[in-house]
Design a protein around this ligand. Structure first.
Ligand SMILES: *[C@@H]1O[C@H](CO)[C@@H](O)[C@H](O)[C@H]1NC(C)=O
Ligand SMILES: *[C@@H]1O[C@H](CO)[C@@H](O)[C@H](O)[C@H]1NC(C)=O
Ligand SMILES: *[C@@H]1O[C@H](CO)[C@@H](O)[C@H](O)[C@H]1NC(C)=O
Ligand SMILES: *[C@@H]1O[C@H](CO)[C@@H](O)[C@H](O)[C@H]1NC(C)=O
Ligand SMILES: *[C@@H]1O[C@H](CO)[C@@H](O)[C@H](O)[C@H]1NC(C)=O
Ligand SMILES: *[C@@H]1O[C@H](CO)[C@@H](O)[C@H](O)[C@H]1NC(C)=O
Ligand SMILES: *[C@@H]1O[C@H](CO)[C@@H](O)[C@H](O)[C@H]1NC(C)=O
Ligand SMILES: *[C@@H]1O[C@H](CO)[C@@H](O)[C@H](O)[C@H]1NC(C)=O
Length: 907
């Protein structure tokens, strides 16, 4: 026990001795202030500036404890009171009272930036602080002038006086501070000239005299300050020209001469600034054109400001490919020329380009691709705005097509004419171009020519009108009782857009081009859905967050009729099974826009199978209930077009991609640009053929199979088959491969043999016995639609009923034919469906059309037709009730030839 005690005592003593030694050596390093004079001076300073006890605690040692005091060998060498707070009393009457500084004989730096020292810099600063190396008095509210005595601070390397209220001239004695590396006098009210003595400051790396009231010129000798990295004279009133000698400062990184009154041209010698990253010579009176070889060495350039001078000529091409360029501001000059079309170097994401208020012309070069913010306003650019020109581009005041707030045609034309350039006149053909200054000689010939052509034209016009009159009257007498005169005018018949005839109230809102641009992000590629055959489709969001699809129809390239016939169509029909037109924008001459409601589930071709969100590689396919619902919905839409419009409309583009689906998989038929009145129901097609007026591409000659409702039925059959078999793309194709496929597939569809169908049913469908009957029924309906003879295909309204009652299709037909092959089934729509199938003499046109009025459609629309057993929407009759079936017998015609029913069905 004793041994242990003693040993611990020894350890304790050793520990105490060691720790004392350690403490001592620490204090040796920290060097307590050993000069009484300096201690007194610090206390004086403390009270004259009103510093707080928190920062400078009065009883502690200044060197080791006070904030901002730097000592060496027990003497104060640095005082930093930057940003300190004064005591309440001290801040009442702040003064520039730092007299005590004179008692620190070794003081090398004094930093009082952001500490209010209202008053003037005392004259003794220059004489009393001989060892001072850094004086930082930025933003100290100092007024008065800079003492001449500063010239004696021969050790000074950094003099920071910016952000004060210094007045008077810049003392030329500062030129004696040969060690000076940083001289910052910016943001004062200094006047006079830049002292020529500054040329002696050979060690200067930063010279900032910006934002003063300096006048005179830039001393050329500045060019000999070979270590300068930053030279900033901006925001003064310097006149003279830019000294060529500045080009000698090869170390210069940042040259800012902006906002002065510098004049003359840019000296080519500036190309010597091979390390330059920022050059601002904007807002001066500089003129001339930029030396073409000014920039090649400047491949470090990040910022180039040339704005608001009177530069002429072009921008050197090399500018566009400068790898580091982040900002190019050439606005407000008389720069001219066309922008080059450099497609490479198209990166640089944070870049800004301002070419506004110049005389640039020509089409928008692809160079603007690399800039994220671009201001091209106030130039003479012409042509179209490319899609990649994103939303952060200002185009105001140019000569561009389809853009708001452009210059007048006259202004643009005369600009282009003055320069001997070709102006596209906003894309309007030459004929209407205001004849700016055609040669007088050709004037007369033009007049004569016009007169002759006019005369010929008049004769031709008269002949055409005569023919029209004859044809019309003849047709009218032939089809009088059908009353087709009120039908919509088909596209091909009207060579000029029938705009006046359109009922705009049913075409939704009229959007401005600006709104369309905004909604689609200026037709950004990311918003492009697809290139449709009648125009490009873009995704868009209107103000208020409404998602829309916008179709852009370029009337230059696209079939003009497509747009107009679609508008015409929409002005005449409305049905909840047709895609809804929210609005239009027709204000541009050559580009029209139709705005549709956005369909969250896309179209059938894209949503029949969709990738599952889970990581299973599998595709999720639509379930049978949804497929049936879609089939019924599409049939409702087509039935409306075929049977409720007068004259009947043929959709002509029935395929999976035309069947649009909303969020609840309710069908909206789209792709309506091909819609036309059924051939034979409208005589105007004949006129257009007679006059050889342009027709839509697919529109064939007389009797063309795809302008009849039966054509739609055939296409719909393919859609149904696609739903049954899950084989994508059937409905979109019509080639030989499809024919082969149909030949192989159709034999598996038999009204007598349910199980056969299982070999063609989409394997991804999960169906029980009951559902299989519905699938079977749809397949049977599909097959009847695909009858090679158009006249034998069922009418759309019977197809609709069959789809609404699929079990009846197979059960009734099956039982009736299996049992007796009697005529029992002929009493229903079912009979019509199969009757038309069997009965060779039954012609589509032989069936009297149902009463045809323009129906607003709402009444015949069934919001949710998810199950096959649901009642038919049409006219409100339900087919599951036998009492109502009697009613339907009155509507649905029976097959004419009863014997034919006995004939085996070719299923
Ligand atoms: C510190 O003072 C000692 C003598 O007092 C001197 O020898 C030494 O050079 C001084 N050190 C510095 C860095 O001035
Ligand atoms: C501090 O410096 C001033 C001016 O040089 C001088 O008058 C004064 O005596 C000095 N104070 C001390 C304590 O040496
Ligand atoms: C300069 O002085 C004026 C009044 O003379 C004052 O309003 C202004 O705030 C001062 N500016 C600075 C930076 O101290
Ligand atoms: C200038 O800087 C160099 C190197 O930094 C130095 O050797 C030289 O003494 C400086 N000149 C003056 C006059 O201080
Ligand atoms: C310095 O100039 C500014 C701006 O012209 C002015 O508001 C301010 O009063 C001036 N200060 C002095 C001290 O002249
Ligand atoms: C551009 O040049 C025209 C004369 O051609 C002149 O009137 C105009 O002031 C110049 N604009 C600029 C910004 O230099
Ligand atoms: C810019 O594009 C070039 C080639 O196209 C490529 O080498 C370079 O890395 C790109 N720079 C950036 C910042 O993406
Ligand atoms: C206008 O006419 C000129 C000459 O007649 C021709 O070179 C130019 O291509 C025409 N421009 C348009 C847009 O038709």
């Amino acid at each position: 026990m004793e041994m242990l005690d003693r040993r611990s005592k020894v350890v304790f003593v050793c520990f105490v001795v060691l720790s004392l030694l350690f403490n001592f050596s620490l204090e040796q390093q920290q060097q307590l202030l050993n000069s009484g004079v300096e201690r007194l001076a610090l206390l004086q300073l403390r009270s004259s500036l009103g510093l707080t006890a928190k920062q400078w605690p009065i009883k502690a040692d200044p060197c080791s404890v006070w904030a901002g005091i730097q000592c060496q060998n027990g003497s104060v060498i640095g005082i930093n009171i930057s940003g300190f707070k004064r005591t309440r009393i001290g801040s009442k009457n702040p003064q520039f009272s730092v007299d005590a500084l004179q008692n620190f004989t070794l003081l090398a730096s004094f930093n009082a930036s952001n500490f209010a020292l209202p008053g003037t810099i005392p004259q003794w600063f220059g004489t009393g602080l001989a060892s001072l190396q850094v004086l930082d008095l930025r933003s100290c509210s100092i007024s008065g002038s800079i003492p001449f005595s500063f010239g004696n601070l021969s050790s000074l390397t950094g003099l920071y006086l910016s952000g004060n209220n210094l007045t008077g001239i810049v003392p030329s004695t500062l030129g004696q501070l040969l060690s000076l590396e940083v001289l910052d006098l910016s943001g004062n009210n200094l006047t006079g000239t830049v002292p020529v003595t500054f040329v002696g400051l050979r060690n200067l790396t930063l010279l900032d005299m910006s934002s003063n009231f300096l006048t005179g010129g830039i001393p050329p000798g500045i060019g000999s300050l070979a270590r300068l990295k930053l030279l900033n004279f901006s925001g003064n009133s310097l006149s003279s020209s830019i000294p060529a000698q500045l080009g000698d400062i090869s170390s210069l990184v940042d040259l800012d001469l902006g906002s002065n009154s510098l004049s003359g041209p840019v000296p080519p010698d500036l190309r010597g600034l091979r390390n330059l990253q920022k050059l601002d010579i904007g807002r001066n009176l500089l003129s001339g054109s930029l030396p073409a070889n000014l920039f090649p060495p400047l491949n470090q350039l990040q910022l180039l400001v040339l704005s608001h001078n009177t530069f002429t000529g072009g921008l050197p091409d090399v500018l566009w490919s400068m790898p580091q360029l982040q900002l190019l501001d050439a606005s407000g000059n008389n720069f001219t020329g066309a922008l080059p079309s450099l497609s490479s170097n198209a990166n640089g994401t944070a870049a800004m380009l301002n070419l506004s208020q110049n005389l640039f012309y020509g089409s928008l070069g692809s160079v603007i691709r690399r800039f994220s913010f671009t201001d091209l306003s106030g130039n003479y650019f012409q042509g179209r705005v490319p899609d990649y020109a994103r939303s952060n581009v200002s185009f105001v005041g140019n000569c561009l097509q389809n853009v708001l707030n452009q210059r007048s045609s006259r202004e643009c034309a005369s600009f282009y004419a003055e320069r001997g350039l070709t102006f596209d006149n906003f894309g309007v053909p030459n004929a209407t171009q205001p004849s700016s200054q055609p040669r007088k000689k050709s004037h007369r010939t033009i007049i004569i020519l016009a007169a002759v052509l006019g005369g010929v034209g008049l004769v031709v016009l008269l002949v055409i009108m005569l023919i029209l009159l004859i044809v019309c009257t003849r047709r009218r007498s032939a089809t009088n009782q059908r009353g087709t005169g009120v039908g919509p005018v088909p596209a091909g018949a009207s060579p000029s857009p029938p705009r006046m005839g359109l009922n705009f109230s049913s075409l939704g809102d009229a959007f401005t081009y600006q709104q369309i641009l905004h909604a689609t992000g200026e037709f950004g590629d990311e918003n492009l859905i697809k290139h449709g055959h009648s125009g490009d489709l873009f995704r868009g969001i209107l103000e208020g967050g409404i998602h829309v699809v916008i179709k852009r129809i370029d009337l230059h390239s696209a079939i003009k009729e497509a747009c107009m016939s679609e508008l015409d169509f929409f002005s005449k029909v409305f049905h909840p099974r047709l895609v809804s037109l929210l609005g239009h924008c027709l204000e541009n001459e050559n580009e029209k826009f139709l705005v549709y409601k956005f369909m969250p589930n896309g179209d059938l071709s894209s949503s029949l199978f969709r990738k599952t969100n889970s990581d299973n590689d599998g595709l999720q396919s639509l379930d049978w209930i949804t497929r049936l619902k879609i089939a019924i919905g599409a049939a409702e839409g087509l039935s409306y077009l075929h049977h409720e419009c007068s004259p009947p409309f043929v959709h002509r583009d029935v395929q999976a991609s035309s069947i649009l689906l909303d969020d609840k998989f309710e069908v909206r038929l789209g792709s309506l640009s091909e819609v036309c009145a059924q051939e034979g129901d409208n005589h105007q097609h004949r006129i257009s053929r007679l006059l050889r007026l342009p027709q839509t591409s697919e529109q064939g000659s007389s009797g063309s199979p795809n302008t009849t409702c039966a054509y739609d039925v055939y296409c719909f059959g393919k859609v149904l088959l696609e739903l049954v078999t899950g084989k994508l793309g059937i409905s979109a194709s019509s080639d030989a491969a499809l024919k082969d496929w149909l030949e192989q597939t159709l034999p598996y569809i038999s009204i007598y043999e349910k199980d056969l169908v299982t070999s063609i049913v989409d394997p991804s469908l999960i169906i029980d016995e009951d559902l299989l009957e519905e699938v079977w029924a749809m397949a049977v309906v599909a097959k009847s639609c695909l009858n090679p003879k158009p006249a034998r295909r069922p009418l759309m309204r019977y197809i609709l009923k069959a789809l609404e009652n699929p079990l009846k299709v197979v059960r009734e037909e099956y039982t009736s034919s299996a049992r007796l092959r009697t005529t029992s089934s002929r009493s229903s729509w079912n009979a019509a469906l199969f009757g038309s199938w069997r009965n060779s003499s039954l012609d589509v046109t032989a069936i009297p059309a149902a009463p045809v009025n323009k129906v607003e459609g709402g009444s015949s629309f069934k919001q949710s037709a998810t199950t096959g057993s649901q009642g038919s929407g049409q006219n409100g009759e339900g087919m599951h009730s036998s009492s109502i079936r009697r009613q339907s017998r009155e509507i649905v015609p029976e097959p004419i030839n009863v014997q034919d029913v006995e004939r085996p069905i070719e299923v």
